[in-house]
Design a protein around this ligand. Structure first.
Ligand code: SN0
Length: 316
């Protein structure tokens, strides 16, 4: 594996989950791989878990890590090709990316959907410039359309907590005050569709996700029906794909409550975090033993470490 931007980059999904779980038992077993290797983490957007867990993963592998928060610390970067740079952005990605590439062996990059153009976001304009110009492997730490390190951690977590071989996994939309990207649900669905789990997607009308992620999956528009017999409830807000980036509903009837959790098969509650309490999910659910959001976040270290191990083995 050279770059990691989606589930399709993994040589084998089952082996990858096995590797991550093995690394969790023995996190320092591959320190020789990262000796004298450097990772740069570039953030165009905020982060807590991704920054710390990816850095921890790299350090567990013996790597050195440098972090750049573009908005706070770097030059404002121009991302459009062919423009006259007479505005407020002094540097172009076209130079910045290959320069960063000369300072490190692996680049991690976070660049959310910008909601200026659906085409630009869904063509992954920024991530693909990194892949084209970096000269070193690139790891997506949430791009415009996917968040693969999160989905990988989600899958590890479900494998750890599942009580039957083919659990029913439900991803539900929930209300939020801001317009959020579709990256987390897109990616979660993409990964879950690679398993033999029963996957159900539920959301209000108008929140249909891109066909390239949904495939032949049918939406269950009745949230309560979707919850029946579920083993995992994965909540997430996203903005509309069709009416791109729009908020069509703030309907608090979609908030995950303990009453709804009672419709499930003692389901565990999952969310990628950060989570808006009493918008997405009630305090009661989050503070109960149904919630595994912290265990899920912990697994971010091991998804990142499995990915970095596979990449380091290729660049040795
Ligand atoms: C991001 C998202 O893609 O939804 C990152 C999730 C891992 N979430 C947010 O930006 C939440 C911001 C907020 O205001 O709650």
């Amino acid at each position: 594996m050279r770059h990691f931007t989606s589930v399709y980059d993994l040589p084998n999904l089952e082996d990858a989950v096995k590797l991550a779980r093995e690394i969790k038992q023995n996190p320092y077993g591959y320190q020789h791989l990262g000796k004298n290797k450097t990772m740069v983490l570039i953030f165009f957007d905020s982060s807590l878990r991704t920054r710390l867990s990816t850095q921890k993963a790299a350090m567990n592998l013996g790597m050195n890590v440098m972090v750049l928060n573009v908005k706070q610390d770097g030059w404002s970067l121009e991302t459009e090709l062919g423009v006259v740079m007479d505005g407020d952005k002094p540097e172009h990605l076209r130079e910045a990316i290959p320069v960063i590439g000369t300072y490190c062996d692996v680049i991690g990059v976070r660049a959310f959907a910008r909601f200026e153009s659906k085409e630009d976001d869904y063509q992954e304009k920024i991530l693909n410039q990194f892949i084209e110009f970096a000269g070193v492997p690139v790891v997506s730490m949430e791009a415009a359309t996917r968040h693969p390190l999160q989905s990988f951690a989600d899958l590890i977590t479900i494998e750890e907590f599942k009580k039957r071989p083919k659990p029913k996994v439900v991803i539900t939309w929930a209300p939020h005050p801001k317009a959020l990207p579709q990256a987390v649900p897109n990616s979660f669905i993409e990964w879950m569709r690679q398993t033999d789990y029963e996957l159900v997607v539920t959301h209000p009308e108008g929140y249909e996700l891109a066909p390239e992620f949904m495939g032949d999956l049918k939406v269950e528009y009745d949230q309560k029906k979707a919850f029946e017999g579920a083993d995992f409830i994965y909540a997430k807000n996203w903005s509309a794909y069709e009416k791109y980036g729009k908020i069509l509903s703030r309907d608090m009837d979609w908030t995950v409550t303990m009453e709804k959790m009672k419709l499930t098969n003692n389901a565990r509650f999952m969310h990628c975090l950060p989570v808006r309490r009493n918008m997405i999910v009630t305090d009661e659910v989050l503070d109960s033993d149904r919630s595994i959001v912290v265990k899920e976040a912990e697994n971010r270290v091991y998804s990142a470490q499995a990915v970095l191990k596979m990449i380091l083995e290729q660049i040795k």
